[in-house]
Design a protein around this ligand. Structure first.
Ligand SMILES: NC(=O)C1=CN([C@@H]2O[C@H](COP(=O)(O)OP(=O)(O)OC[C@H]3O[C@@H](n4cnc5c(N)ncnc54)[C@H](O)[C@@H]3O)[C@@H](O)[C@H]2O)C=CC1
Ligand SMILES: [Mg+2]
Ligand SMILES: [Zn+2]
Length: 276
Protein backbone atom coordinates (compact mmCIF):
# COMPACT_ATOMS: atom_id res chain seq x y z
CA UNK A 1 0.00 0.00 0.00
CA UNK A 2 1.42 3.37 -0.96
CA UNK A 3 -0.37 6.16 0.88
CA UNK A 4 -0.13 9.75 -0.30
CA UNK A 5 1.27 10.74 2.99
CA UNK A 6 2.85 13.97 4.10
CA UNK A 7 4.48 14.97 7.36
CA UNK A 8 2.18 17.58 8.87
CA UNK A 9 1.90 18.69 12.43
CA UNK A 10 -1.07 19.76 14.46
CA UNK A 11 -3.60 17.37 13.02
CA UNK A 12 -6.65 17.44 15.26
CA UNK A 13 -7.42 14.25 17.19
CA UNK A 14 -9.96 12.23 15.28
CA UNK A 15 -11.26 8.70 15.19
CA UNK A 16 -11.09 8.62 11.39
CA UNK A 17 -8.26 7.64 9.10
CA UNK A 18 -5.56 4.99 9.13
CA UNK A 19 -3.34 3.57 11.83
CA UNK A 20 -0.07 1.72 12.40
CA UNK A 21 0.78 -0.46 15.40
CA UNK A 22 4.46 -0.27 16.42
CA UNK A 23 6.57 -1.86 19.12
CA UNK A 24 10.40 -1.73 19.34
CA UNK A 25 11.11 -1.27 15.60
CA UNK A 26 8.45 -3.79 14.59
CA UNK A 27 5.13 -3.15 12.86
CA UNK A 28 1.96 -5.19 12.81
CA UNK A 29 1.29 -6.39 9.28
CA UNK A 30 -2.23 -7.21 8.10
CA UNK A 31 -3.37 -8.80 4.83
CA UNK A 32 -3.16 -5.33 3.19
CA UNK A 33 0.10 -4.17 4.75
CA UNK A 34 1.01 -2.17 7.86
CA UNK A 35 -1.77 0.44 7.53
CA UNK A 36 -5.14 -0.47 9.05
CA UNK A 37 -8.38 1.48 9.31
CA UNK A 38 -8.00 3.29 12.65
CA UNK A 39 -11.35 2.10 14.06
CA UNK A 40 -10.56 -1.52 13.19
CA UNK A 41 -7.18 -1.41 14.96
CA UNK A 42 -8.64 0.31 18.02
CA UNK A 43 -11.32 -2.38 18.26
CA UNK A 44 -8.62 -5.07 18.80
CA UNK A 45 -8.08 -4.07 22.45
CA UNK A 46 -4.32 -3.73 21.99
CA UNK A 47 -2.04 -2.76 24.94
CA UNK A 48 -1.47 0.85 23.81
CA UNK A 49 1.23 2.80 25.68
CA UNK A 50 0.80 6.07 23.77
CA UNK A 51 -0.98 7.33 20.68
CA UNK A 52 0.21 9.96 18.20
CA UNK A 53 -1.20 11.46 15.05
CA UNK A 54 1.63 11.33 12.52
CA UNK A 55 0.36 13.31 9.60
CA UNK A 56 -2.12 13.32 6.78
CA UNK A 57 -2.58 10.50 4.28
CA UNK A 58 -4.99 11.24 1.42
CA UNK A 59 -6.41 14.02 3.60
CA UNK A 60 -7.01 11.54 6.44
CA UNK A 61 -4.92 11.35 9.59
CA UNK A 62 -2.43 8.52 10.10
CA UNK A 63 -2.38 7.43 13.75
CA UNK A 64 0.39 5.60 15.54
CA UNK A 65 -0.37 3.16 18.34
CA UNK A 66 2.81 2.47 20.32
CA UNK A 67 2.24 -0.87 22.03
CA UNK A 68 3.59 -2.20 25.27
CA UNK A 69 4.36 -5.56 23.66
CA UNK A 70 3.98 -7.17 20.21
CA UNK A 71 0.76 -9.08 20.97
CA UNK A 72 -0.70 -11.59 18.54
CA UNK A 73 -3.58 -10.44 16.36
CA UNK A 74 -5.51 -12.95 14.29
CA UNK A 75 -4.59 -12.90 10.61
CA UNK A 76 -1.62 -10.57 11.24
CA UNK A 77 2.11 -10.91 11.90
CA UNK A 78 4.94 -8.67 13.16
CA UNK A 79 7.73 -7.51 10.86
CA UNK A 80 10.91 -5.59 11.63
CA UNK A 81 11.45 -2.18 10.09
CA UNK A 82 14.49 -3.61 8.27
CA UNK A 83 12.39 -6.35 6.67
CA UNK A 84 9.76 -3.80 5.72
CA UNK A 85 12.41 -1.54 4.17
CA UNK A 86 13.28 -4.36 1.78
CA UNK A 87 9.61 -5.09 0.98
CA UNK A 88 8.13 -1.57 0.78
CA UNK A 89 8.02 1.25 -1.73
CA UNK A 90 9.95 4.43 -0.85
CA UNK A 91 6.91 6.39 0.36
CA UNK A 92 5.77 3.64 2.71
CA UNK A 93 9.31 3.18 4.07
CA UNK A 94 9.48 6.92 4.77
CA UNK A 95 6.21 6.78 6.71
CA UNK A 96 7.31 3.68 8.67
CA UNK A 97 10.72 5.20 9.43
CA UNK A 98 9.08 8.32 10.77
CA UNK A 99 6.53 6.33 12.76
CA UNK A 100 9.24 4.12 14.30
CA UNK A 101 11.23 7.16 15.45
CA UNK A 102 8.18 8.87 16.98
CA UNK A 103 7.07 5.62 18.62
CA UNK A 104 10.50 4.94 20.11
CA UNK A 105 10.78 8.51 21.43
CA UNK A 106 7.24 8.37 22.87
CA UNK A 107 7.97 5.04 24.60
CA UNK A 108 11.20 6.34 26.13
CA UNK A 109 9.79 9.68 27.27
CA UNK A 110 6.70 8.81 29.28
CA UNK A 111 8.49 9.92 32.45
CA UNK A 112 10.75 12.90 33.04
CA UNK A 113 14.46 11.97 33.04
CA UNK A 114 15.13 14.81 35.44
CA UNK A 115 12.51 14.33 38.18
CA UNK A 116 10.73 11.08 37.27
CA UNK A 117 7.21 12.57 37.05
CA UNK A 118 4.81 11.33 34.34
CA UNK A 119 4.86 13.63 31.29
CA UNK A 120 2.24 14.92 28.88
CA UNK A 121 2.35 15.80 25.20
CA UNK A 122 2.73 19.54 24.66
CA UNK A 123 -0.23 20.73 22.56
CA UNK A 124 0.73 21.77 19.04
CA UNK A 125 4.29 20.43 19.32
CA UNK A 126 6.03 17.09 19.04
CA UNK A 127 7.37 17.46 22.57
CA UNK A 128 6.85 15.75 25.92
CA UNK A 129 6.48 18.15 28.79
CA UNK A 130 7.03 17.72 32.53
CA UNK A 131 4.49 19.80 34.44
CA UNK A 132 6.50 19.26 37.62
CA UNK A 133 9.91 20.66 36.58
CA UNK A 134 9.06 22.22 33.19
CA UNK A 135 11.58 20.11 31.21
CA UNK A 136 10.75 19.45 27.57
CA UNK A 137 11.89 16.51 25.47
CA UNK A 138 11.82 16.53 21.67
CA UNK A 139 12.30 13.47 19.42
CA UNK A 140 15.88 12.26 19.56
CA UNK A 141 18.04 12.63 16.46
CA UNK A 142 21.64 11.43 16.22
CA UNK A 143 23.71 13.27 13.59
CA UNK A 144 25.99 10.76 11.88
CA UNK A 145 28.45 11.22 9.08
CA UNK A 146 28.84 8.83 6.20
CA UNK A 147 31.70 9.18 3.73
CA UNK A 148 32.90 7.67 0.49
CA UNK A 149 36.71 7.84 0.44
CA UNK A 150 38.05 7.86 -3.12
CA UNK A 151 41.40 7.52 -4.89
CA UNK A 152 40.88 8.20 -8.61
CA UNK A 153 38.84 5.26 -9.96
CA UNK A 154 38.96 3.36 -6.66
CA UNK A 155 36.76 3.61 -3.58
CA UNK A 156 37.49 2.55 -0.01
CA UNK A 157 34.74 0.26 1.28
CA UNK A 158 34.54 -1.70 4.51
CA UNK A 159 32.61 -4.50 6.18
CA UNK A 160 31.24 -4.51 9.68
CA UNK A 161 30.78 -7.97 11.26
CA UNK A 162 27.04 -7.09 11.41
CA UNK A 163 26.65 -6.85 7.60
CA UNK A 164 25.10 -9.55 5.40
CA UNK A 165 27.71 -11.86 3.84
CA UNK A 166 29.75 -10.22 1.07
CA UNK A 167 28.35 -6.69 1.54
CA UNK A 168 30.79 -3.74 1.71
CA UNK A 169 29.79 -0.15 2.47
CA UNK A 170 31.07 3.36 3.05
CA UNK A 171 32.40 4.43 6.46
CA UNK A 172 29.97 5.89 8.99
CA UNK A 173 29.90 7.05 12.57
CA UNK A 174 28.11 9.20 15.13
CA UNK A 175 29.04 12.85 15.70
CA UNK A 176 30.38 13.35 19.23
CA UNK A 177 29.44 16.34 21.37
CA UNK A 178 31.82 19.23 20.71
CA UNK A 179 32.93 18.24 17.23
CA UNK A 180 31.89 19.45 13.79
CA UNK A 181 30.67 17.01 11.17
CA UNK A 182 33.93 17.57 9.25
CA UNK A 183 35.99 16.71 12.35
CA UNK A 184 33.84 13.62 12.80
CA UNK A 185 34.58 12.51 9.21
CA UNK A 186 38.36 12.84 9.74
CA UNK A 187 38.22 11.10 13.15
CA UNK A 188 35.99 8.18 12.10
CA UNK A 189 38.03 7.49 8.95
CA UNK A 190 41.25 7.54 11.01
CA UNK A 191 39.73 5.29 13.71
CA UNK A 192 38.04 2.78 11.42
CA UNK A 193 40.66 2.34 8.67
CA UNK A 194 43.71 4.38 9.73
CA UNK A 195 43.88 6.61 6.65
CA UNK A 196 43.89 10.41 6.23
CA UNK A 197 41.45 12.25 3.95
CA UNK A 198 41.22 15.75 2.43
CA UNK A 199 38.90 17.86 0.26
CA UNK A 200 35.69 16.88 2.06
CA UNK A 201 32.64 17.60 -0.02
CA UNK A 202 29.15 17.51 1.50
CA UNK A 203 26.81 15.70 -0.89
CA UNK A 204 23.39 15.04 0.68
CA UNK A 205 21.58 13.88 3.79
CA UNK A 206 19.14 11.14 4.72
CA UNK A 207 16.95 10.29 7.67
CA UNK A 208 17.93 6.79 8.80
CA UNK A 209 15.52 5.31 11.35
CA UNK A 210 17.84 2.61 12.80
CA UNK A 211 17.09 3.90 15.36
CA UNK A 212 17.29 7.71 14.94
CA UNK A 213 20.22 8.79 12.78
CA UNK A 214 20.41 11.78 10.51
CA UNK A 215 23.00 10.76 7.95
CA UNK A 216 25.18 13.55 6.52
CA UNK A 217 26.83 12.22 3.38
CA UNK A 218 30.30 13.25 2.11
CA UNK A 219 32.83 12.45 -0.53
CA UNK A 220 36.47 12.72 0.54
CA UNK A 221 39.78 12.23 -1.24
CA UNK A 222 42.39 9.86 0.12
CA UNK A 223 45.37 11.81 1.45
CA UNK A 224 47.69 9.14 2.89
CA UNK A 225 48.28 6.09 5.08
CA UNK A 226 47.80 2.33 4.77
CA UNK A 227 44.46 0.66 5.55
CA UNK A 228 44.41 -0.73 9.10
CA UNK A 229 40.92 -2.03 10.02
CA UNK A 230 39.74 -1.14 13.53
CA UNK A 231 39.57 -4.35 15.61
CA UNK A 232 35.97 -5.50 16.42
CA UNK A 233 34.33 -2.68 14.37
CA UNK A 234 35.73 -3.37 10.89
CA UNK A 235 36.06 -6.93 9.65
CA UNK A 236 37.69 -6.00 6.35
CA UNK A 237 38.38 -2.83 4.37
CA UNK A 238 39.89 -2.42 0.92
CA UNK A 239 40.10 -0.42 -2.26
CA UNK A 240 37.63 -1.49 -4.94
CA UNK A 241 37.77 -0.48 -8.59
CA UNK A 242 34.62 1.31 -9.77
CA UNK A 243 34.24 -1.30 -12.48
CA UNK A 244 34.46 -4.23 -10.05
CA UNK A 245 32.37 -3.39 -6.97
CA UNK A 246 31.25 -5.92 -4.33
CA UNK A 247 27.65 -6.37 -3.08
CA UNK A 248 26.41 -2.98 -1.85
CA UNK A 249 23.87 -1.94 0.83
CA UNK A 250 20.13 -1.41 0.26
CA UNK A 251 18.92 0.79 -2.59
CA UNK A 252 17.34 3.06 0.04
CA UNK A 253 20.67 3.77 1.75
CA UNK A 254 22.66 6.92 1.22
CA UNK A 255 25.76 4.68 1.32
CA UNK A 256 24.64 3.14 -1.97
CA UNK A 257 23.80 6.57 -3.38
CA UNK A 258 27.26 8.00 -2.57
CA UNK A 259 28.97 5.07 -4.30
CA UNK A 260 26.70 5.11 -7.36
CA UNK A 261 26.95 8.88 -7.69
CA UNK A 262 30.76 8.80 -7.73
CA UNK A 263 30.77 5.90 -10.18
CA UNK A 264 28.37 7.78 -12.47
CA UNK A 265 30.51 10.92 -12.31
CA UNK A 266 33.79 9.10 -13.03
CA UNK A 267 32.45 6.80 -15.72
CA UNK A 268 30.09 9.29 -17.40
CA UNK A 269 26.92 7.33 -16.52
CA UNK A 270 23.48 8.62 -15.59
CA UNK A 271 23.42 9.89 -12.01
CA UNK A 272 21.27 7.98 -9.47
CA UNK A 273 18.38 9.59 -7.60
CA UNK A 274 18.84 10.38 -3.94
CA UNK A 275 16.68 7.98 -1.87
CA UNK A 276 14.20 10.11 0.05
N1 LIG B 1 21.92 4.91 5.58
C1 LIG B 1 23.11 4.41 5.34
O1 LIG B 1 23.55 4.33 4.19
C2 LIG B 1 23.96 3.93 6.48
C3 LIG B 1 23.64 4.26 7.77
N2 LIG B 1 24.47 3.90 8.81
C4 LIG B 1 24.07 4.34 10.15
O2 LIG B 1 25.04 5.24 10.63
C5 LIG B 1 25.05 5.23 12.04
C6 LIG B 1 26.46 5.15 12.54
O3 LIG B 1 27.10 4.01 12.01
P1 LIG B 1 28.08 3.05 12.82
O4 LIG B 1 29.22 2.75 11.93
O5 LIG B 1 27.30 1.90 13.35
O6 LIG B 1 28.54 3.99 14.06
P2 LIG B 1 29.91 4.10 14.83
O7 LIG B 1 31.05 3.85 13.90
O8 LIG B 1 29.89 5.41 15.56
O9 LIG B 1 29.90 2.89 15.87
C7 LIG B 1 28.76 2.34 16.47
C8 LIG B 1 28.91 2.44 17.98
O10 LIG B 1 28.64 3.75 18.39
C9 LIG B 1 28.00 3.75 19.65
N3 LIG B 1 26.74 4.48 19.53
C10 LIG B 1 25.51 4.01 19.32
N4 LIG B 1 24.60 5.00 19.27
C11 LIG B 1 25.27 6.15 19.45
C12 LIG B 1 24.90 7.50 19.50
N5 LIG B 1 23.63 7.88 19.32
N6 LIG B 1 25.87 8.41 19.68
C13 LIG B 1 27.13 8.03 19.85
N7 LIG B 1 27.57 6.75 19.81
C14 LIG B 1 26.64 5.81 19.62
C15 LIG B 1 27.80 2.33 20.05
O11 LIG B 1 28.83 1.97 20.89
C16 LIG B 1 27.89 1.60 18.72
O12 LIG B 1 28.35 0.29 18.88
C17 LIG B 1 24.13 4.08 12.46
O13 LIG B 1 22.87 4.61 12.81
C18 LIG B 1 24.01 3.26 11.19
O14 LIG B 1 22.77 2.56 11.12
C19 LIG B 1 25.62 3.22 8.62
C20 LIG B 1 25.98 2.84 7.35
C21 LIG B 1 25.16 3.11 6.19
MG1 LIG C 1 31.19 3.11 11.99
ZN1 LIG D 1 10.50 16.70 35.56
Amino acid sequence: MSPHWSLVMNIKPSSEGLALAHCRQRFLLGPRGPLFPYRLLKAQGLPVLVEHVLGGGDGEPVHLLELESPVEVEGCSWRTLRQLMLESDAKTFQLLGYAAQIGTWARLHRFCGSCGAPMTLLPGERAMHCVHCEEQYYPRLSPSMIVLVTRDDEVLLARSPRFAAGVYSTLAGFVEPGESVEQCVMREVREEVGVEVRHLRYIASQSWPFPHSLMLGFHAEYAGGEIVPQPEEIEDARWFSLVDLPSLPSKYSIARYLIELYRAQRLGLEEPLLPS
